[in-house]
Design a protein around this ligand. Structure first.
Ligand code: KIV
Ligand code: ZN
Length: 507
């Protein structure tokens, strides 16, 4: 019988620290619900003391999630721990995650504390956390660059003070697999385990070793792995949950340790995150990338057709990638759509199913075949858009050349008022953006522009993602349409709506 590995997901905390990966409250709640469906054991919902916004999202997620444990990060001080407890105490299964650095470098230069003072803080503050919450995790920040014997003392202290999970972070992605496994073994052999404790690891990916280090630690006896969906996170990111999970499944013969992840939810979860943060899944990303199950070489194609296992070590279905069958057509009914949505990981209210149904029907008039990805794009467009201050009512674009500049005219609703504007541009997309911005009297900087065909085929939906910034704030926007200039304008309007929402929250 395989051992059970606890998966601690920190997509909403460490993951959100990844450049450009900020999420708003409804997006965080949606992501947390999906993480629960994915079967992660612990959801680190945020760092409650870091801002009122973080406090609110930790608190709302704690109130929403039913089966998974919900954790808040806290520095090793009274105020942070109290704030974290205020935020998570409503959870069915709350956890306080207290951290303090233990490496000479961090203690001397960052904390300006002696090792003895660090041990003292751990003893007092972890006890305080344990007096509030029955489930306390202690992390020794920068463990991989700490003195192993000092780490043992720090963990002994944390355990005696009431921590039941002891986390060994490779905070700066410095460790190597064999060395890290050795450190985990060293600690596990020496920490006094008067009661049951779980040893955990938290690896960063600065040298591309986060997954390898986490797996080496599992082999050494760690029974909790911390990571994120798609490996997003601070700097080069964190250990990638889907890579860790599928390695443990595919090589169960070697590890004999399995997480409770519902693997069929992996791909829907990666897609949802990618849509929310506006960052595409890289084509060659292990497990979830589009090329992960694509076979280009003739010999490989021939082999896979004869027996899939010749060149595939796992099936696309196992991670929840359907074979992209046509799902719906002009004559499909509401219940077929609802079933499809549920298979894709979306449980929508009746009213939202009706909205998507109408959009699918409309699309079916313009597009012969409707795939999962089309439906998903419509769900994101029609159901999950933030409530709009600005609405694009009409767009007319004329392309041009050197002697006749491209032009665009828009008709928009801006906070209930009707506005019309026309503008020139370097190209039709630029002209559309200029017309939208001029109608709304905004001057954002376009940081990135990405266009993607949602499915194959000449009539595919075009999905545009833009990132804009203005006055120190940035926002991602998306738009999907069979016409990519319309999709671009919708993406810009969506980004401006989100930016406006952020500005209002900042005030
Ligand atoms: O990387 C790190 O050390 C962390 C801790 C707070 C666990 O994120
Ligand atoms: Zn981290």
């Amino acid at each position: 019988m395989a051992d059970r590995l606890i998966i601690f997901d920190t997509t909403l905390r460490d993951g959100e620290q990844s450049p450009g990966a900020t999420m708003n409250l409804p997006e965080k709640i949606r992501m947390a619900e999906q993480l629960e469906k994915l079967g992660v054991d612990v959801i680190e919902a945020g760092f409650a003391a870091s801002s009122p916004g973080d406090f609110e999202s930790v608190n709302r997620i704690a109130a929403t999630i039913k089966t998974a444990t919900v954790a808040s990060l806290a520095r090793c001080n009274r105020e942070d721990i109290f704030r974290a407890w205020q935020a998570v105490q409503v959870a069915a299964h709350p956890r306080l995650h207290v951290f303090l650095a233990t490496s000479p470098l961090h203690m001397r230069h960052k904390l300006e504390k002696t090792p003895e003072q660090v041990l003292e803080s751990i003893a007092t503050e972890v006890s305080y956390a344990a007096s509030l919450c029955p489930d306390v995790e202690f992390s020794a920040e920068d463990a991989s660059r700490s003195e192993p014997d000092f780490l043992v003392r720090a963990f002994d202290t944390a355990m005696a003070a009431g921590a039941s999970t002891l986390n060994i972070p490779d905070t700066v992605g410095y460790a190597l697999p064999e060395e890290f496994a050795g450190l985990v073994r060293y600690i596990m052999e020496r920490v006094r385990q008067d009661k049951k404790v779980i040893f955990s690891v938290h690896c960063h990916n600065d040298l591309g070793l986060a997954t390898a280090n986490s797996l080496a630690a599992v082999r050494a006896g760690a029974r909790q792995v911390e990571g994120t969906v798609s490996g997003i996170g601070e700097r080069a990111g964190n250990a990638c949950i889907e890579e860790v999970t599928m390695t443990l499944r595919v090589r169960e013969d070697y590890y004999n340790c399995l997480p409770g992840i519902v693997t069929e939810q992996i791909y829907p979860t990666c897609r949802m995150l990618s849509h929310i943060i506006g960052q595409p899944i890289p084509l060659n990303k292990p497990v979830s990338g589009d090329n992960a199950f694509a076979h280009e070489a003739g010999i490989h194609q021939d082999g896979v057709m004869k027996k899939r296992e010749t060149y595939e070590i796992m099936s696309a279905e196992a991670i929840g990638r359907s074979s992209n069958l046509i799902v719906l057509g002009k004559h499909s009914g509401r219940s077929a759509l609802r079933r499809k949505l549920e298979d894709m990981g979306y449980s929508l209210a009746d009213r939202d199913v009706d909205v998507v149904f109408a959009a699918v029907k409309e699309l079916a008039d313009r597009k012969e075949e409707i795939f999962d990805e089309d439906v998903e794009a419509l769900v994101l467009e029609k159901v999950y858009r933030v409530p709009d201050h600005y609405v694009l009512l009409g767009l007319q674009v004329q392309s041009g050349n050197a002697s006749l500049q491209p032009t665009a005219a828009v008709s928009m609703e801006a906070r209930g008022r009707r506005v019309q504007k026309a503008a020139f541009g370097a190209g039709p997309v630029d002209a559309a953006f200029n017309a939208v911005c001029s109608a709304l009297k905004r001057r954002p900087k376009l940081e990135s522009y990405l266009v993607n065909a949602v499915t194959g085929g000449m009539d595919a939906l075009g999905e545009v993602t833009v990132r804009i910034s203005e006055n120190g704030l940035s926002a991602v926007g998306r738009g999907a349409h069979v016409d990519i200039i319309q999709a671009s304008a919708l993406a810009m309007v969506n980004a401006l709506n989100r930016l406006t929402k952020k500005e209002e929250e900042e005030r």
